[in-house]
Design a protein around this ligand. Structure first.
Ligand SMILES: Cc1cc2nc3c(=O)[nH]c(=O)nc-3n(C[C@H](O)[C@H](O)[C@H](O)COP(=O)(O)OP(=O)(O)OC[C@H]3O[C@@H](n4cnc5c(N)ncnc54)[C@H](O)[C@@H]3O)c2cc1C
Length: 430
């Protein structure tokens, strides 16, 4: 018998979320992370309701609140800041128990996730520890999950490659921490600036953090302060945290499961990478972790056959690819509107909630199968970790021995819905 049920390579947001969930499920888990503390520079600064709910499931509801600011929305504007198109006006009620969009600071969030692990006895975190070769990991653990980022070594070790989905641009990412005074006249909503001279994204992030992303031409190395000057921002307004060129690309691993007997799985950036226009890279990794953790737990316990783990890629990959397509489209919309400000996207393709609200799991059956369970009034805190029926009234009897929780506001008008451990609806009672 292996010393561990699961070995996780990498303690970024994906690995840390998975480790928390594995610990909750009682899996004997070991995590290898080569650094000693979370990557200190801001990267992700947007997350959505479904992701906040996963962190709630990890036990961070109270700790998370002060780390988040509700996002005021996103507009496409012309070079003069005049609105061309906005995502506002789409339905945004807090269906899942959280607002649809938040801004936050990735280092703060990762610190929270790591703190949670120290309370989980079954999770052995090895910091400043380069993960051993895959063959050794497979001797130590029944399953290995590669959460080792875009340059994943484990992905190479199982012979998986990246499929290029067709986006490759260089942008300069500029992060500023504002001083208290003087306050520059910056927008309060995310701006996608369709300026034919330079496409730009501006994010009014959490607290004092402000983010710009400037499209680069060739190998130019512009002075960030010169780029900020048209925004009315000077050195008197804040400290430049960094100005780093990034390659924005769109990649998905050609398989997410491999190694001997399929004991190796890929998650997070190791499995997919996308341009940041929809703020969904980290969110997708957290969704991977939520989808995978309970399946690993069921297979390790012998409650489900090993084939359950095949459903991880079957469910997550089409969703990740759809989110990548949406992110590419959001980037291309900038260029299109810069060329022709009247070439507006149609609402059907532009709805940013399409993927976070209804992630399109094809579990079969009638609506709302495959959708997330709504969460009125902190419902999740009344649900067990595993499978549960949520019923419209107390007369419902579970046909399968699972617990029944009564909450008529969460059943989409049905008599009862069977909810998976990751809070997706698996079946509807007739
Ligand atoms: C400019 C920018 C803006 C972004 N904005 C957003 C956003 O708004 N919203 C969003 O959701 N996402 C956003 N993202 C994407 C997000 O930052 C990433 O998707 C996310 O960090 C990926 O998390 P991960 O845990 O999968 O990988 P990583 O964060 O890369 O973590 C991998 C970890 O594995 C460790 N590791 C690797 N190899 C080994 C090894 N052999 N042994 C031990 N440890 C190892 C590394 O040290 C690292 O800690 C943005 C990214 C960028 C660059």
């Amino acid at each position: 018998m292996s010393a561990y049920d699961v070995a996780i390579v990498g303690l970024g947001p994906t690995g840390a979320t998975l480790a928390n969930l594995c610990g909750q499920h009682g899996l004997r888990t070991v995590v290898f992370e080569r650094s000693t503390s979370p990557y200190s520079q801001p990267r992700a600064c947007h997350l959505d309701a479904e992701v906040a709910r996963v962190f709630q499931q990890c036990g961070f509801e109270a700790e998370l609140q002060p780390l988040l600011t509700v996002s005021a929305g996103m507009e496409y504007v012309d070079a003069h800041g005049r609105r061309l198109f906005t995502f506002e006006g789409f339905q945004r009620e807090p269906l899942l128990g959280w607002s649809e969009d938040y801004v936050f600071l990735q280092p703060q969030l990762e610190t929270m996730l790591r703190r949670g692990l120290s309370a989980l006895r079954q999770v052995d975190v090895r910091l400043a520890w380069e993960a051993p070769p895959l063959a050794s990991l497979l001797e130590e653990a029944s399953f290995v999950v590669a959460c080792d980022g875009g340059a994943s070594r484990v992905r190479d070790e199982i012979g998986a490659g990246f499929i290029d989905l067709g986006y490759d641009e260089h942008w300069l990412v500029v992060d500023l921490m504002l001083h208290r005074q003087p306050v520059p006249p910056l927008p309060t909503v995310i701006h996608q600036v369709c300026d034919p001279d330079r496409l730009t994204t501006f994010v009014p992030s959490h607290g004092a953090h402000r983010r710009w992303e400037f499209q680069l031409r060739g190998d130019e190395q512009p002075d960030p302060w010169q780029l900020l000057a048209p925004w009315g921002v000077t050195k008197s307004h804040g400290d430049l945290v960094r100005a780093v060129p990034y390659r924005f690309h769109a990649l998905v691993a050609d398989r997410w499961r491999g190694g001997p007997d399929g004991r190796v799985l890929l998650a997070g950036d190791a499995a997919h990478m996308m341009p940041p226009f929809m703020g969904q890279g980290m969110c997708s990794g957290v969704r991977d972790a939520a989808n995978l953790a309970w399946k690993l737990a069921e297979v390790v316990r012998g409650a489900s056959p090993d084939e359950l783990l095949d459903t991880y890629e079957a469910e997550r990959r089409p969703h990740a690819e759809a989110v990548i397509e949406l992110s590419i489209e959001a980037g291309r919309t900038l260029a299109r509107l810069a060329a022709d400000p009247t070439d507006l996207p149609t609402p059907a393709t532009a709805d940013p909630n399409r993927w976070s609200r209804v992630p399109g799991l094809q579990l079969g059956g009638e609506f709302p199968v495959g959708h997330q369970l709504p969460q009125p009034d902190h419902l999740d805190s009344r649900l067990p970790l595993g499978w549960v029926w949520v019923a419209a009234d107390g007369s419902f009897t579970a046909p399968d021995g699972h617990r029944v929780v009564v909450e008529p506001r969460a059943t989409y008008g049905r008599r009862a819905v069977l909810v998976r451990p990751d809070r997706y609806i698996a079946a509807v009672a007739s």
